[in-house]
Each structure stands twice: as structure tokens, then as C-alpha cells.
Design a protein around this ligand. Structure first.
Ligand code: RTP
Ligand code: MG
Length: 141
């Protein structure tokens, strides 16, 4: 299996619930390692640029409003099949459709406030990691 890196964001709703530790524990228990992490309060510009692919979608304004509503924790996770593994741990975008035991099933309330983000492909992972971290902020382990 290939060692990969993926970008994870613990979104404002999960930070507000004091669930940072429980969510990171799920990554670690699944064999993913945190190789970079920081807490940020995103600006409109930073959140909008991050979700630029959704710019024309009807939910874009609400998405940016939500992502800037409080602090987030941004991490780079590393491990075998990290991109798919993280998406599996997260569960479906809409928590009502997320499989039992997934992060979104357990911590998210709505499709807008859905607890976590995870890169959806190798290409997004590379873009998203570089969007938040310089090379000197990533600590290979
Ligand atoms: P994310 O990017 O946050 O990890 O979520 P995702 O890949 O599972 O879903 P994506 O399609 O990339 O959508 C990004 C975020 O936009 C909100 N969304 N709302 N109302 C809607 O139909 C709708 N669709 C997407 C969600 O909050 C989703 O996380
Ligand atoms: Mg996405």
C-alpha cells in the first residue's frame, strides 16, 4: 500500500463541541499519523479560496460563512492509503447518510456543519496541504 498524505480540517462546529481530541484519536487509532497541525480562524478570503471549486454552487456563501464562524484545526495526516482511509473515517457529507461509527455520524448535525473536511483525491491533497502548510511546517515521522 502507498504511503500518502491528506489534509484534514476539524471544522468550527466540532471545535466548539470540544471534540478535537476525540477526532484526532480516531485518526491515530486507524494508523494515521499527524505530521503537521495548527489552529486558525479562517478569513472569508482564505476559506473561499480553499473551497474555490464550489464557488458557483448555491451553498458556497453559507459554506464560507460556516467555515469562518469559529476556529478550525488543520492537520496533515500521513499513512497507508491516507486519503481514502480518512474519507472512510469521516463518513458521508450529509451526517444523516453517514455510516454508524463514522466521525460525521457521531459529531455532525447537518450537511453544513459536518465536523470535518478531508481531501478527496491525491491532486486535492497536494493542493490543500500546500494551501495551509509550508514544507518547513511538516514533520515526517
Ligand atoms: P468537504 O470538502 O468539506 O470535506 O466535504 P465533502 O468533500 O464531503 O463535500 P463537498 O461536495 O466537497 O462539499 C463541501 C462542503 O459543502 C457543503 N455542502 N453543502 N447543501 C448542499 O447540498 C451541500 N453540498 C455540500 C458541505 O458542508 C460540504 O462539507
Ligand atoms: Mg470536498
Amino acid at each position: 500500500m502507498a504511503t500518502e498524505r491528506t489534509l484534514s480540517i476539524i471544522k468550527p462546529d466540532a471545535v466548539a463541541k470540544n471534540a478535537i481530541g476525540e477526532i484526532i484519536a480516531r485518526f491515530e487509532k486507524a494508523g494515521l499519523k499527524v505530521v503537521a497541525a495548527k489552529m486558525l480562524h479562517l478569513s472569508d478570503e482564505k476559506a473561499g479560496g480553499f473551497y474555490a471549486e464550489h464557488k458557483e454552487r448555491p451553498f458556497f456563501k453559507d459554506l464560507v460563512g460556516f467555515m469562518t464562524s469559529g476556529p478550525v484545526v488543520v492537520q496533515v495526516l500521513e499513512g497507508d492509503n491516507a486519503i481514502a482511509k480518512n474519507r472512510e473515517l469521516m463518513g458521508a457529507t450529509n451526517p444523516k447518510e453517514a455510516a454508524p461509527g463514522t466521525i460525521r455520524a457521531d459529531f455532525a448535525e447537518t450537511i453544513d456543519a459536518n465536523a470535518v473536511h478531508g481531501s478527496d483525491s491525491a491532486q486535492s491533497a497536494e493542493r490543500e496541504i500546500n494551501y495551509f502548510f509550508g514544507n518547513d511546517e511538516i514533520c515526517p515521522r
